[in-house]
Design a protein. Structure first.
Ligand code: TRP
Length: 343
């Protein structure tokens, strides 16, 4: 009778931009809301994952709360019992299960993880931490403690998800049915209807997707940008010399991107936005409209951030963390018994 579990770690940070917002955050929250009746949704901040590479520890606490507020401001409900929100480090079983799984995980297996190879390649051997190395094991523990079936993650995490499946099967084969094995990646993608192809492009280089690693930041609209800054970025967006508004992503990528952003920021259909501007012979009106829509969007979002009552959020966290501890400890006890740590 228990509902299947959808679980994910909510990694977000201060410099989220509108590409992340429309491409990841909103679709994710929509998913959470639409599935909440039929599934148990477990959403957590993977705080123990935050310093596998060096960070400023004096900022971590504030960052964790900020991350959670971003999700709430984007519409994540705090009043649903079908959606649990928690901080990983408040549930000690994550760390304990990780140690046990570590002892059944191959060194070679972890060495093959592409994300580990990518992240560690620039660093000297002394700076590559063991935490970075075995972080997929912690991620597996995150998933297996709660018997999650579906785990929405980005493409960079699919190898880690495959590892979670492998270690679950390995433990089950050795010790009997301990863990629910998450669905394979292809089933996950089918379930989440992944990738509707929505990609907001950089305003300066509209053939590239908007990305926070763009160091100038001129083509990127951050959720924290002031109205002034955001409007200026829109007004100086790269267009073309065609001189007519058309939705043509190949020939007029800048204009197509502006039309796309306008539709999303206003919450209108792309086709009706296109109908309205198609054939106009000046780009000024379109740019002004986009700037206004973006300023409204950021204004609303920032106002919602301000309104969030931190006490409500903390109450929800503490309530859910108590429940998650109970569930996680049950799984952990089964594992402890299986490996002979408990009678
Ligand atoms: N590693 C994920 C990321 O970088 C975050 C994460 C941690 C996660 N633990 C998880 C995601 C468990 C899904 C399930 O995005």
């Amino acid at each position: 009778m228990t509902k299947p579990v959808i679980l994910t770690g909510l990694r977000a940070n201060n410099d989220l931009h509108i590409g992340n917002y429309f491409g990841a955050l909103l679709p994710f929250i929509d998913m959470a809301k639409t599935k909440a009746d039929d599934y148990q949704l477990d959403l957590f901040v993977p705080d123990l994952h935050s310093f596998t590479t060096p960070i400023d520890h004096s900022k971590l606490q504030q960052q964790i709360m900020h991350n959670l507020k971003l999700f709430v401001a984007a519409g994540l409900p705090l009043n649903s019992d079908n959606i649990r929100i928690y901080r990983q480090s408040y549930i000690p079983a994550h760390s304990e299960l990780t140690w046990i799984l570590d002892c059944f995980t191959g060194f070679g297996e972890m060495s093959r993880m592409t994300q580990f190879k990518d992240k560690s390649s620039g660093l000297g051997a002394e700076r590559v931490t063991v935490g970075l190395f075995n972080y997929p094991v912690l991620m597996a523990a995150d998933i297996l403690l709660y018997g999650a079936t579906y785990v929405p993650v980005g493409d960079d995490q699919t190898q880690h998800l495959e590892f979670a499946r492998d270690i679950a099967e390995r433990m089950n084969n050795k010790f009997g049915e301990l863990f629910v094995v998450p669905k394979p990646v292809k089933d996950q993608n089918a379930f989440f209807g992944k990738d509707q192809g929505l990609r907001i492009k950089d305003l300066v280089e509209p053939t590239k997707k908007m990305s926070k690693s763009d160091d100038t930041g001129k083509g990127v609209i951050f959720l924290g940008d002031t109205p002034d800054v955001a409007a200026k970025k829109v007004m100086s967006a790269t267009t073309d010399s065609e001189g007519v508004v058309r939705f043509d992503t190949a020939k007029q990528p800048g204009i197509a991107n502006l039309l796309q952003i306008l539709a999303l920021a206003r919450g209108e259909d792309l086709s009706s936005v296109i109908d309205h501007y198609d054939g106009q012979t000046s780009y000024g009106a379109l740019k002004t409209a986009v700037a206004e829509a973006v300023v409204d969007l950021l204004g609303d979002f920032q106002a919602r951030m301000e309104l969030i009552d931190e006490n409500d959020l903390l109450a929800k966290l503490e309530h859910d963390e108590a429940i998650m501890n109970a569930t996680a400890n049950k799984t952990l006890l089964q594992v402890q018994k299986a490996v002979g740590l408990r009678a």
